[in-house]
Design a binder for this molecule. Structure first.
Ligand SMILES: Cc1cc2nc3c(=O)[nH]c(=O)nc-3n(C[C@H](O)[C@H](O)[C@H](O)COP(=O)(O)O)c2cc1C
Length: 213
């Protein structure tokens, strides 16, 4: 257990480990808790994946993104309620993902609406990415960021949570490592469209940050 993430970890948050067909040099995927990586070194690069999710689809993408990043080094996945308001100094890459609600980021009212559409508890019953970004400290460590969202592919429905996240991250001083990305769901509660999980892994593998990537 370490630092800012473990300080907010709840016992009911599952710890999952990313798996790849070719075992990476290092693997560490968690929800609020860090799993030590194989062959871990002290100067390892570090990435943080923060997600919001109602029905689990965006969480699935976040975990796929972490899987795609495992060659990088130390990767942590945190549900937004448990995300630190000030990033640890050594986070080089921040990835933020959320479902698109009402053409943008969720609000308390849209999360209430989501809760009415499922008999299961929401994955993110607390604050959303919008509220987290309201309190996230300005970037002073040179951390770069990328954003993704999930959306329903219906005609030309406009609006993307990822674009709004990217805009707000830029205002907070996080330069973009790559343009915002959408992953598609089949309907409001999901599941993800075919191959979207694989696409998320591939997308993450293509993210490069400085000389380490
Ligand atoms: C209240 C509400 C509003 C939504 N508005 C939009 C929208 O404007 N555009 C869109 O593409 N999808 C919209 N959706 C569908 C969500 O994007 C979809 O539920 C989400 O991608 C599922 O991811 P999750 O399981 O991580 O919550 C909406 C869903 C809810 C519950």
């Amino acid at each position: 257990m370490i630092d800012a993430f473990s300080a907010r970890a709840d016992a009911d948050e599952p710890v999952t480990r990313a798996t790849t067909s070719t075992p990476p040099a290092t693997t560490a995927v968690v929800h609020g808790e860090r799993v030590p990586a194989r062959g871990e070194e002290s100067a390892m690069a570090r990435a943080l994946v923060v997600y919001e999710s109602m029905f689990g689809n965006t969480r699935t993408v976040a975990e796929a993104v972490a899987e795609g990043l495992t060659g990088f080094g130390d990767v942590e996945v945190v549900e937004v309620s448990h995300a630190p308001d000030t990033l640890p100094d050594d986070v080089e890459l921040l990835v933020v993902g959320a479902p698109t609600h009402a053409f943008g980021l969720s609000r308390p009212s849209t999360r209430t609406s989501a809760a009415e559409q499922t008999a299961s508890p929401l994955v993110s019953p607390g604050r959303g990415v919008r509220e987290w970004l309201d309190v996230l400290a300005h970037n002073v460590n040179g951390t770069v960021a990328v954003a993704f969202d999930t959306r329903v592919k219906v005609g030309i429905l406009p609006g993307s949570a990822a674009k709004l996240i990217a805009k707000r991250l830029r205002k907070l001083g996080f330069p973009p490592a790559t343009p915002p990305k959408t992953f598609w769901v089949t309907g409001t509660t999901g599941p993800l469209r075919e191959r979207q999980r694989d696409e998320a892994v591939e997308w993450a593998r293509g993210i490069t940050v400085g000389s380490r990537w």
